[in-house]
Design a protein around this ligand. Structure first.
Ligand code: ZN
Length: 501
């Protein structure tokens, strides 16, 4: 039993939840569910990033206090997760007082360790990113490359974090730990950023009050990014009533992030932890962007937005989870569309998995009255399942969530081929075919159970239903071996993935 701690980015509370948020949450959920199957001590964190100028400005425009707006908007994210079957253990809000106190404690230590000084900052600032942009991050016409809005020239007296003094430490970190950041192209991007020379960065803002106050200079609040990054650490101190989980779960096993926040997580974050003398996370994994069906960035005006709620309404949350991690290789960018969802749903979920389940169960009901025959399993089929659970686990350990799913899916296809090869309907009519039919039905029922246990992190609702019908509800990875828990009886099954209009 090892500890496993996975996080999503915390989402900026002004945004409306969209497919990109769902994507990070689903990916982290697949990892968390898989580790629970291993019986690892698992902790899964997500939440909202609530401080900073954009929230303060938006609240003012609505005649609200920032806290009121944050309360209202945080709820939209909190209520998103159950709809997606995302099983986070805690939902942090950076406006939680416990978080603020812990941020002050850690950053006071950074200050006491001599990594902070006062200076004058002037630069191009994007209010939506809440970030000053360095030269190579400024798009044509002095615009933010992410938000495409004009940048503002800002100057203020700030406390600075001596990021520049961590250059060598960061270079050593990347040299010593090739798997600190993945996939490799993102690691190269982070290393190039570090190699190009690091400037000190603003740690505080003077003009703002909606933030965590700086303990050594009460006129300032911490720059929202540092406050936000620390959520991964602070949450452990108060996520469970009366317990501090920090010693058990820190450092995090995986931070999953989108590539737009790479610099903060692969450069600022490890440097800050070093400055605070805290252990560094094991892995930061950067996923790509989900694009419109035309391969362009999703935007309402292009009409190429895939709405996760519409997918769920039509095909269910399992189908959305499956589609996102199957159709787009996790770690890369990929086009998405309702047509592609339908295609995966019909050709794979309904025709391959759904069909395998319905004919296996129907045959056991028809030929053996619902009783799974006793006896041996097909040895050749069993050989094709050897080492499967380990192979899936090894891929998940590398955040290869698409590759892990493909490993399992090859066995779904193998089982369907097995049905065709052995033609149980012919055996049922043949003289002396009874023993062979017993072996085939038993092997199929057990193979179906094993693939469904392994698929549970991607398809949690389907797994619960199907394993219930097979009378073997255990999700333990130890049971994901052929022969570990052969079903004894099955009951009739409604289609898992019914035809949709
Ligand atoms: Zn921006």
């Amino acid at each position: 039993m090892a500890p496993f701690y996975v996080t999503t980015p915390i989402f900026y509370v002004n945004a409306a939840p969209h497919l990109g948020h769902a994507y990070s949450g689903i990916a982290a959920d697949v990892m968390a569910r898989h580790h629970r199957q291993r019986r690892d001590d698992t902790f899964f964190l997500t939440g909202t990033d609530e401080h900073g100028e954009p929230v303060a400005d938006a609240a003012k425009a609505l005649g609200l206090e920032p806290r009121e707006l944050a309360d209202r908007n945080a709820e939209r994210f909190r209520s998103l997760w159950p709809v997606l079957e995302v099983s986070n253990d805690f939902f942090i809000r950076t406006s939680d007082p416990e978080h603020g106190a812990k941020v002050q404690e850690v950053l006071q230590r950074v200050y006491d360790n001599g990594h902070v000084y006062k200076g004058l900052y002037e630069g191009w600032y994007c209010p939506r990113c809440a970030d000053f942009k360095v030269e190579n991050e400024i798009a044509e016409g002095n615009r933010c490359p992410i938000h495409e809005i004009p940048l503002v020239r800002e100057q203020e007296e700030n406390w600075f974090f001596r990021l520049s003094t961590f250059q060598e430490d960061l270079e050593r970190l990347y040299a010593e730990r090739p798997d600190f950041v993945g996939p490799p192209e993102r690691r190269n991007e982070a290393m190039a950023f570090i190699g190009s020379g690091l400037d000190d960065v603003s740690l505080t803002r003077a003009k703002l009050t909606w933030g965590v106050p700086v303990p050594w200079d009460p006129g300032h609040v911490f720059y929202v990014w540092f406050d936000a990054l620390l959520n991964y650490y602070t949450a452990l101190a108060y996520a469970r009533d009366g317990e501090d989980l920090t010693a058990e779960f820190w450092p995090a096993t995986y931070h999953l992030i989108g590539k737009d926040i790479l610099k903060f997580h692969t450069v600022f974050w490890p440097a800050l932890l070093l400055a605070a003398e805290l252990p560094l996370p094991h892995h930061v994994f950067v996923h790509g962007f989900l694009l419109g069906g035309d391969g362009r960035k999703m935007s309402k005006s292009l009409g190429n937005v895939l709405d996760p709620f519409e997918v769920i309404e039509r095909y269910g949350a399992d189908a959305l989870r499956f589609y996102l991690l199957r159709d787009v290789t996790f770690g890369g960018d990929g086009a998405t569309s309702m047509d592609a969802v339908r295609s995966r749903y019909e050709s794979e979920l309904a025709n391959e998995l759904g069909n395998l389940a319905s004919r296996t169960i129907a045959m056991v009901v028809r030929y053996r009255d619902g009783r799974v025959p006793t006896g041996a399993l097909d040895a050749a089929l069993a050989a094709d399942f050897d080492g499967l659970a380990e192979a899936v686990g090894a891929r998940i350990d590398r955040a290869d969530l698409t590759g892990a799913l493909e490993e399992i899916w090859q066995r779904v296809r193998r089982l369907n081929r097995y049905v065709e090869e052995r033609a149980p309907w012919t055996l049922a009519r043949a003289d002396g075919g009874a023993d062979e039919l017993d072996e085939v039905l038993r092997s199929l029922a057990e193979g179906l159970r094993v693939v469904m246990v392994l698929l549970a992190p991607w398809l949690p609702e389907t797994a619960e239903r199907l394993l219930g019908v097979l009378g073997r509800p255990s999700l333990a990875l130890a049971d994901a071996r052929l022969g570990a828990a052969v079903p004894e009886r099955v009951v009739a099954l409604e289609p898992l993935f019914p035809k949709q209009p």
